[in-house]
Ligand binder design. Structure first.
Ligand SMILES: [Zn+2]
Length: 1061
């Protein structure tokens, strides 16, 4: 017996009292006697009938709601289990009356199908998403009314059931490839009366239990335990209101002034495609967004943020009625776009220009549709963040950045949660990692406490972000979560949970900015670094599309200068629409589970189609512009077009019929002829063969092929290894050549590649312990030795190959042209491996502590050693078109046309070629591949050797066109001075006929350049990445040529907006 009047439990026994409390609100324990059993005191079955949309993935897009409900629905019952197969769509009509005795009560519809679903009104409005089953992230109830009025029955609703779970359709483990044959069982369809008092007690008991569980042995924790125990006693006695009062008294004890504030922000991370295809994401958006509107009806404090303009655009396109309702809430400041980008893209692989377009089209959509402009870059789940992101953000007017993904690091804990992030050009932005290390918290006491305990910047900042709501597969906050937020708003023992907008949160953080630490360089994710290589075609097509779009925009711009802004109107409008659509396809594919290769099999044919359509659109724009620039009538000749800002002299392949006299002669089989041509900057010239300063020769000496063009001299052994490579006139060999071994360049190396779990994502450090060089004498692999395919004088081509296994072969052409400063290795691979990683290794004779890697609009240096754990963790890093390892006056660069994974360790540089993960797509990369890389020895620094320019050329071959003779020679733009790359010339997005030029400093050095434009220019203004014009720049104009002088700081990004007269 307890002493009379004592309210605490008799025994101070945590091991009995805490489980007792837990069991009293548990959904699995003591079910028949606890609160959960009393939550729905009355229930009633409903009438259900069913109709299935014919077809599988995405078939729902072909049907309107009106068409669906006009179909013949057949009766079904709870317990039926024939709803499938995977990715099909099933519609259910549910009809019921609510008993009059339920008047005054909250009435809900409850559903169970172990799948995703949505509730629709009978007049075709999507009302709320449903997510049921055993994988958590549940949303089983739809609240029909909080106060039923007798006689207002009957009700008819439609349930749209998707035959997939919230996280896809794996039969077992999360990332197992989907089972194409899943069938779902209808486990519940009922209308219920909710006991609101019991609902309140359930949430009260849950939160107080969590406080007890987390805070004991603190005083406040014991208070929680005794309060909750007393509540249980009170409930057992039948005194619910007494129990409720006890809870209210407990929560009324507020925080002291020193409590940390968690800016509580509702969100739902929706992967635009991952373990499901794009078409399912469109529905996930509607389910998630409609659910949030539903919650806002009863929780006016609720604020929900949603990223990815593409998802908002899908909502507008497929759910216009829902979009209108959301717009109202945007106006009220409750439903808030975040991030400013088209999708939450990969943070490493997209080009600098792609990054700018993500913001340009993201913000444009939000401005046009919602009158809203995002003030932060929001990328919580992406696999690492380029060191040029701060400058890219500043370029589009953003200075706030949020992610949490670095909490996934395998080696190092990132030292800050709030910090100043400085990029390669010195630009800084304010960065925040929510210290809960998650974007999908459930508002548990443990999460709130962890957020504060884990916070690396205690005392520096008084507020951190707390992102809650089911995520990845969408969902977002639930009513239960909002109830917990209310209870934890200001409760002693727990940090304050204060609902805020991202703008309010960052505003608070900015006030603390002077206290924050600074991090310089990339935010490297020590994980998921296999994604620079997985699904090779996603990377290859991205690079190709980026360059094709670049070329199309340049030629279109040149056409506008010829037609004049007025004359170009039609061409401009039609081309810009096509280009915008093309960019949106490329940008969608840059989503952080598509381009990294971490999605399921069915995503990739669609993504590939989108890339191909974008490339075709770019070619169409190019062709239409070509007709303006060159005209279409008259005698034709073959011209070479150069879209880069410097003159080029290169060997091209002409059709034999067009081949004119002059130059060196080298026939290609099938009526083609090699020729050396000269082309002016950003312009064209007749493809008139010129005589090369040197010819290229090949000679076999003791089984070694010596290739020499007077620029570089290479020795290739019979196994395709480049055992010597020198710059002509320099005796230093860029590859090591120890006696008795065959070290060198172009070693093809195969590694075991079995990550711990995240197959498509991760390559672990230990794979480096398993190298097998394939093209070395005695490797045991069957090598087809080098043969000479072309022997000069304009091009030498050597061919060799190796059989990797019964299902994989590798063939490579090693080429050197008469003028090229690099040896090109064009590879064709048939690939059928299981968890093997193919790389090419260059064993450089270079002593360097740092290597340089091309990134967006600049390059990044990384250590070649493993001094610190931070260096050690960077065993597979991202780089774009080139990487370089150099001593101060010489070195070697490796260029590539489609690869992103690199390693620089000691004197070795490797380029990652192909992986073969089996989850979540067990067919990933199991196909034929073609890619090129090139090896470029150089004297001087990489800047003096113009590695950046050579890499642009390697990725952007001269175009050969048949055009009328009279307009065959022109040059639109050129630049005097070194160090700047004019990456982009495009029509302004607003259709005014203005042109936007984007350039960047590429040499890590201050420079001044003069831009010469062969156009009639009326004004030159500085502009930002969103093309908003700023100050006027002085320029000179004479005889149709304008000149602008620009001073650029290292790695800075600049845009100019040019109006034509
Ligand atoms: Zn994600």
């Amino acid at each position: 017996m307890a002493d009379p009047g004592v309210q605490a439990s008799i025994h101070k026994n945590l091991h009995t009292t805490l489980p007792r409390i837990y069991n009293y609100y548990s959904a699995t324990r003591f079910k028949k006697v606890n609160l959960i059993d009393r939550l729905y005191p009355d229930s009633k079955a409903v009438e259900i009938s069913h109709w299935a949309i014919p077809g599988g993935v995405g078939a729902w897009q072909e049907w309107t709601f009106q068409e669906v409900v006009a179909q013949n629905f057949s009766p079904v019952t709870v317990g039926d289990s024939s709803f499938g197969p995977t990715w099909t769509t099933h519609w259910f009509k549910v009809h019921f009356t609510v008993p009059d005795e339920w008047a005054g009560s909250e009435v809900r519809f409850r559903w169970g199908s172990n799948s995703e679903a949505a509730v629709w009104s009978s007049d075709g409005r999507i009302l709320q998403g449903l997510s049921t089953g055993d994988e958590g992230s549940l949303r089983t109830d739809y609240t029909i009314t909080r106060n039923y009025v007798a006689g207002s029955s009957p009700f008819t609703y439609y349930i749209e059931m998707a035959a997939n779970k919230l996280l896809g359709a794996s039969p077992g483990d999360l990332i197992d490839p989907p089972d194409p044959n899943l069938f779902f069982k209808l486990t519940r369809a009922e209308v219920v009366r909710l006991d609101s008092q019991v609902y309140k007690l359930t949430r009260d008991l849950e939160v107080i239990y969590q406080l007890a569980d987390e805070l004991i042995p603190d005083q406040r924790g014991y208070q929680a335990m005794y309060t909750a125990n007393q509540m249980v006693n009170s409930i057992i006695k039948g005194d619910d209101s007494g129990a409720s009062d006890l809870a209210d008294q407990y929560f009324a004890k507020g925080n002291g002034g020193r409590a940390h504030t968690l800016a509580t922000i509702g969100n739902c991370h929706i992967d635009s495609a991952w373990l499901w295809p794009f078409s399912e994401t469109k529905r996930k958006v509607a389910r998630s967004f409609s659910s949030q509107l539903k919650i806002m009806e009863d929780y006016p404090e609720h604020i929900f943020v949603a990223s990815q303009a593409q998802q908002w655009a899908w909502c507008k396109q497929y759910y216009p009625e829902l979009f209108q309702r959301i717009k109202t809430k945007v106006t009220e400041g409750k439903f808030i776009p975040v991030g400013g980008t088209w999708v939450e893209m990969d943070g490493n692989i997209p080009s600098g220009e792609s990054f700018v377009r993500q913001f340009l089209h993201g913000q444009k959509f939000y401005q046009q549709e919602l009158g809203f402009t995002c003030k932060e870059f929001w990328l919580p789940d992406t696999f690492g963040y380029s060191a040029q992101i701060p400058a890219l953000m500043k370029h589009v007017g953003l200075e706030r950045f949020l992610t949490q993904k670095l909490s996934w690091n395998t080696v190092n804990k990132f030292p800050n949660h709030s910090f100043v992030w400085e990029g390669i050009d010195g630009t800084t932005v304010l960065a925040h990692f929510p210290p809960g290390d998650s974007y999908s918290m459930n508002v548990k006491v443990s999460e709130a406490l962890h957020s504060v305990k884990n916070l690396e910047d205690k005392g520096r900042a008084s507020t951190s972000a707390f992102l809650f709501g089911y995520g990845d597969g969408g969902g977002g906050p639930t009513q239960d979560m909002l109830e917990r937020v209310r209870r934890l708003a200001d409760t002693d023992g727990c940090p304050r949970l204060k609902i805020m907008t991202p703008d309010q949160f960052f505003g608070r953080l900015e006030a603390d900015k002077h206290n924050l630490c600074r991090w310089v360089g990339e935010l490297y994710l020590e994980r998921h670094n296999g994604t620079y290589t997985t699904q090779a075609d996603m990377k290859r097509l991205c690079r190709l599309a980026e360059f094709k779009l670049r070329d199309a925009e340049f030629l279109l711009s040149q056409a506008i200068t010829i037609l004049g802004p007025d004359g170009a109107k039609d061409l401009l409008q039609q081309s810009q629409e096509a280009l915008e659509e093309a960019w949106k396809k490329v940008m969608l594919n840059q989503f952080h589970d598509v381009i990294p290769g971490s999605g399921i099999e069915i995503i990739y044919p669609e993504a590939e189609r989108l890339y191909q359509e974008a490339i075709v659109a770019a070619l169409t724009v190019w062709n239409n512009a070509k007709d303006v620039v060159f005209g279409s009538d008259g005698e034709k000749t073959e011209v070479a077009v150069n879209t880069l800002q410097w003159p080029r002299t290169e060997v091209v392949k002409l059709t034999a019929a067009q081949h004119q006299e002059g130059g060196a002669d080298q026939r290609v089989k099938e009526g083609q002829q090699y020729a050396l041509v000269e082309v002016p900057p950003m312009g064209s010239a007749p493809a008139k063969p010129v005589t090369p300063p040197n010819t290229v020769t090949v000679e076999e000496v003791d089984g070694v092929f010596v290739v020499d063009n007077g620029v570089v001299r290479a020795e290739v052994n019979a196994w395709g290894q480049v055992i010597s490579l020198v710059v002509a006139g320099d005796d230093r060999d860029v590859f090591r050549r120890a006696d008795g071994t065959q070290l060198g360049g172009n070693q093809l190396v195969l590694y075991d590649d079995e990550p711990i779990y995240w197959d498509a994502w991760d390559v672990m450090d230990y794979h480096l312990e398993t190298p097998t060089v394939l093209n070395v004498e005695g490797s045991g692999y069957s090598v087809t030795p080098v043969t000479v395919v072309e022997s000069g004088p304009l091009l030498v081509k050597l061919r060799w190959g190796v059989t990797i296994s019964a299902s994989s072969t590798f063939t490579q052409d090693i080429e050197l042209s008469a003028t090229s400063p690099y040896l090109t290795c064009a590879s064709s691979v048939t690939w059928g491996e299981d968890r093997k990683f193919l790389k090419v290794l260059f064993d450089a004779n270079i002593h360097a502590r740092r290597a340089s890697f091309d990134v967006q609009f600049g390059h990044l240096e990384r250590a070649t050693h493993m001094n610190t754990s931070w260096d050690t963790a960077r065993y597979e890093v991202c780089g774009h078109k080139w990487a370089d390892i150099s001593e101060p006056d010489w070195g070697v660069a490796v260029l590539n046309d489609s690869k992103y994974g690199w390693m620089a360790r000691g004197h070795q540089l490797t380029l990652s070629l192909l992986r073969s993960p089996k989850a979540p797509d067990d067919t990933a990369d199991m196909k034929d591949h073609a890619f090129k890389y090139a090896i470029m020895p150089h004297t001087g620094t990489l800047q003096e050797a113009e590695v950046v320019r050579r890499a642009y050329e390697f990725n952007n071959p001269l175009s050969l066109l048949q055009v009328p003779i009279d307009k065959s020679e022109w040059s639109a733009v050129s630049m005097n001075g070194s160090g700047a790359v004019l990456h982009t010339i495009k029509p302004a997005e607003d259709g005014s006929g203005d042109l936007v030029l984007r350039l960047y400093e590429c040499n890590a050095a201050k420079t001044t350049v003069t831009l010469t434009l062969s156009w009639d220019v009326s004004s030159v203004k500085v502009c930002d990445g969103l093309e908003v014009a700023g100050e006027d720049l002085p320029f000179t104009q004479a005889d149709g040529v304008a000149s602008v002088r620009l001073s650029l700081a290292p790695f800075t990004i600049h845009a100019l907006r040019i109006s034509l007269s």
